[in-house]
Write a protein that binds this ligand. Structure first.
Ligand code: UTP
Length: 289
C-alpha cells in the first residue's frame, strides 16, 4: 500500500511582480476571488482531499496570512454582539485546527524548488502534496482529491497536467511521455519551460503535486535551472527511474490567477456560480460585450 499523503506544502514566498502595485504591501495569495482569498481556496481544496497538516512557506510581507488563519478576536466579538452569525461562521470557518498549520520562512525567493526545500523538516520523510495557491482549480471533487485517488493506484510522484497550446510551453514544466491512457500519462522525462520547438509534448504541469520525500535529495544540492532559479521540475526529473512519475489529466477548470487575465476570468467564473451575484453580473457583462 502507498504511504498516505497527510501533509501539504503551500509556497507563498514569491514576489508577485505581475500584480504590482497591489502586491507591494500585500501578499498575492490574499487577492480575493469574489470574496475569498486564493490561499483559503487552496487550504480548503487540500482539507477536502484529506490533508491534515499544512506548511506555508512564507517570506517578507506575508505575515498577513498568519492573521488570516488565526482568531480575529475583536471582529468576532463585534459580529457576535450584532447577531451576524453567518458572517461569524465565515470568519471562523477559515481557521485550521490548532497545531496543524506551520510556517517556514524562505529568506530569499530563490525559486519554487528552494521554497519546497525550506519545508523539509516539517515534511519529515513523508509523501506530501504541494499546492500553488495562484493556480485555482474549479472542480468537483477537487483537483487534489482526484490526484490522491490516482496516487492510491499508482503511487510515486503525481502532478496535475493539462494540454497547453504549443506556443506556451515556455511557461510551464512539460512532460516527456512514455505511456498515456488518456487520463494518466507516465513520464520518462521532464523539462522546465522548453522552447516550443524543443518541447517533448504539450502536457504541462499546473500547480498541484504529490511528491515522495526522495525529491529532497536533489533539492539539497541547490542547483539552479531555468531563469537562474532552483526549480522543482529539475529535482523531480532527477527522481525519474527510481520513483514512478505520472501526470493526471484532472477533471475541472484551472485559472492561472498569477496572471491578470486569469485572475479576472476566475472572478467572473466564480461569481457567475453565486446565486447572490449571477443574474445581476450576467446583465452587467452584456453591457460591456
Ligand atoms: P510564480 O512563478 O508565480 O512567481 O511562483 P511569483 O513571484 O509568485 O509571481 P510573479 O511571477 O513575480 O508575478 C509560483 C509559486 O511559487 C511560489 C510563489 O509564491 C507561487 O506560489 N514561489 C516562487 C516561492 O514561494 N518562492 C520562490 O522563490 C518562487
Amino acid at each position: 500500500m502507498n504511504a498516505p499523503v497527510r501533509k501539504a506544502v503551500l509556497p507563498v514566498a514569491g514576489l508577485g511582480t505581475r500584480f504590482l502595485p497591489a502586491t507591494k504591501a500585500m501578499a498575492k495569495e490574499m487577492l480575493p476571488i469574489v470574496d475569498k482569498p486564493l490561499i483559503q481556496y487552496a487550504i480548503e481544496e487540500a482539507r477536502a482531499a484529506g490533508i491534515e497538516d499544512f506548511v506555508l512557506v512564507t517570506g517578507r510581507g506575508k505575515t498577513i496570512m498568519e492573521d488570516h488563519f488565526d482568531h480575529a478576536v475583536e471582529l468576532e466579538q463585534v459580529l457576535e454582539a450584532r447577531g451576524k452569525t453567518r458572517e461569524l461562521d465565515i470568519v471562523q470557518d477559515a481557521m485550521v485546527p490548532p497545531g496543524h498549520l506551520a510556517y517556514a520562512r524562505q529568506q530569499n525567493p530563490l525559486g519554487l524548488g528552494h521554497a519546497i526545500w525550506c519545508a523539509r523538516q516539517v515534511v519529515a520523510g513523508e509523501p506530501f502534496a504541494v499546492l500553488l495557491p495562484d493556480d485555482l482549480v474549479k472542480a468537483e471533487p477537487g483537483c487534489l482529491a482526484q490526484m490522491i485517488e490516482a496516487y492510491n493506484d499508482v503511487g510515486g510522484n503525481i502532478v496535475a497536467v493539462e494540454d497547453v497550446p504549443r506556443d506556451q510551453t515556455n511557461k510551464y514544466g512539460i512532460l516527456d511521455v512514455e505511456h498515456d491512457d488518456g487520463r494518466l500519462a507516465r513520464a520518462k522525462g521532464l523539462v522546465e519551460k522548453p522552447d516550443p520547438a524543443d518541447a517533448p509534448s504539450t502536457l504541462s504541469i499546473i500547480g498541484r503535486y504529490i511528491l515522495q520525500p526522495e525529491v529532497f535529495e536533489y533539492l539539497d544540492k541547490h542547483e539552479k535551472g531555468a531563469g537562474g532559479e532552483i526549480q522543482l521540475t529539475d529535482a523531480m526529473a532527477k527522481t525519474l527511474g527510481t520513483v514512478p512519475f505520472h501526470g493526471l489529466r484532472f477533471k475541472g477548470r484551472r485559472f492561472d490567477c498569477g496572471s491578470k487575465a486569469g485572475f479576472i476570468e476566475a472572478n467572473v467564473a466564480f461569481a457567475l456560480e453565486r446565486p447572490d451575484l449571477a443574474d445581476g453580473l450576467r446583465e452587467t457583462l452584456k453591457t460591456y460585450l
